[in-house]
Design a protein. Structure first.
Length: 295
């Protein structure tokens, strides 16, 4: 089986279209289509159903994709071991975490790491879903819960604490809540459809509720950076993590004596990368940064 054709097929199956796969491979759409067509001719099976809205793998295509994906994953792991056999850390390091933590905490710190290790090519993947480290969607993750997969190694980094905030402009217009029951008469902003690992993030909807009926938020935003921005603009009261508020914010902390759920963060990576030099130096760097930062 021709490796070039198989590589193109794998990219098309991942992307779901010839066009997007071509962009990934730096090939024209027609070249990608020809490669897939040639592979189908070699195998004498149809690998994709062609539709106006995109491509769908056939049963035979699904079988080939699973096998090809496993092969390319193992090849990537082998390449990691080979590049890590050099004397100094070298190669690509893909780091994933949530949009809020990545934007507000990780990104401002990564410049120092890049300067310390110029031979490591860093890629930060900010998504609020958990990428599959076992399938090499990323090399390392900073997560808000301990992993459950047996082949992942984790190390606790820090605890993220939440507090309730509002802007001075909002408080001037609507008054300052002194007790949790006062929130019944305020505009609250919450996280829209939070991921399961942040199940208690919408604490303001239920805190101190007497009749069992959750408060109805005036605004929901499914991104913590958006929540911070909306709160700063005076749109309401929100529960925000301290890492995104920072120490020099003009936001006013409310109801300081209330206990709000907190989240532990973990540095997570696959067991197969245990001996990776570039992962080890990044782990040491981020652990040191976590110790210096108090939430």
């Amino acid at each position: 089986m021709d490796w070039d054709k198989l590589r193109v097929f794998h990219a098309v199956a991942d992307a779901g279209s010839f066009t997007h796969a071509g962009e990934e491979l730096s090939l024209s759409q027609s070249a990608v289509s020809r490669q897939v067509g040639a592979l189908e001719a070699d195998l004498r099976v149809q690998l994709f159903h062609r539709h106006a809205r995109g491509l769908i793998l056939t049963e035979q295509g699904e079988m080939l994709y699973r096998t090809a994906h496993d092969v390319f994953t193992k090849l990537a792991a082998a390449r990691t071991r080979l590049t890590d056999s050099k004397e100094k850390p070298f190669g690509e390091l893909r780091i994933t975490t949530t949009i809020g933590l990545g934007t507000s905490w990780l990104t401002p710190r990564i410049s120092e790491f890049v300067e310390l290790y110029p031979d490591i090519s860093v890629q930060i993947l900010l998504v609020d879903r958990e990428l599959d480290l076992g399938m090499r969607e990323a090399d390392v993750a900073i997560r808000f819960r301990m992993p459950t997969q047996p082949d992942l190694i984790q190390r606790k980094l820090f605890t993220v604490h939440y507090h309730t905030y509002a802007s001075p402009e909002y408080l001037k217009r609507y008054g300052t809540p002194r007790e949790v029951s006062d929130l019944d008469h305020h505009k609250i902003i919450t996280f829209g459809t939070p991921p399961t690992y942040l199940g208690t993030i919408n604490w303001l909807e239920t805190a101190g509720v007497q009749n069992g009926v959750p408060r109805r938020p005036s605004l929901q935003i499914n991104n913590v950076s958006g929540l911070h921005r909306a709160t700063s603009m005076g749109l309401g009261v929100a529960a925000l993590p301290d890492y995104i508020v920072g120490k020099n914010s003009n936001l006013v902390q409310l109801l300081p004596s209330l206990e709000i759920p907190s989240f532990e963060t973990y540095f997570v990576y696959p067991e197969e990368l245990r001996d990776s030099k570039r992962l080890a130096v990044f782990r040491d760097f981020i652990v040191a940064e976590a110790k210096e930062w108090s939430f």
